[in-house]
Design a protein around this ligand. Sequence first.
Ligand code: FEO
Length: 170
Amino acid sequence: MIKKRVLNALNSQLNAELYSAYLYLAMEAYFESINLSGFANWMRAQAQEELIHAMKFYDYIVARGERVDLTAIDEPQKEWDSPLAVFEHVYEHEKMVTGLINDLVDISVAESDHATTNFLQWYVAEQVEEEESASGVLQRVKLTADSPGGLFMLDSELGLRVFNPPVKEE
Ligand code: FEO
């Protein structure tokens, strides 16, 4: 059983993770529309990771004997001015998600829900990786500002990203 305040926050974060997947799918569509298929591939893998993040919340809520509450997912932004604008958005979005996770940890601590605090540590570590990854690509997109050749080389590299589904823990 989970206290109502913690349960509401977990369900809200489930929605936020699904929104993240939606946002990255919108970014994938943008990149496909400007023929940067490697960037699009990177976004597809990112969206798949967000679905994993969402489902971990889903499964945790069920494991604690509670009911998942699926609410409306906001429509994402669909247009950007440039690849640079997209990755500035990605980095800002991930920093915002880190803030949401930290708030969620604070709630679990305030409510003395040690199981949830423990569960959330995976996300605390994951957000360090998410910010590092977004910032890394952002810095490299900035380096290609005056070099279309550089942008196409980066596109080829991002096209190599492969989504690795996590191995289910027993
Ligand atoms: Fe679910 Fe990109 O954080």
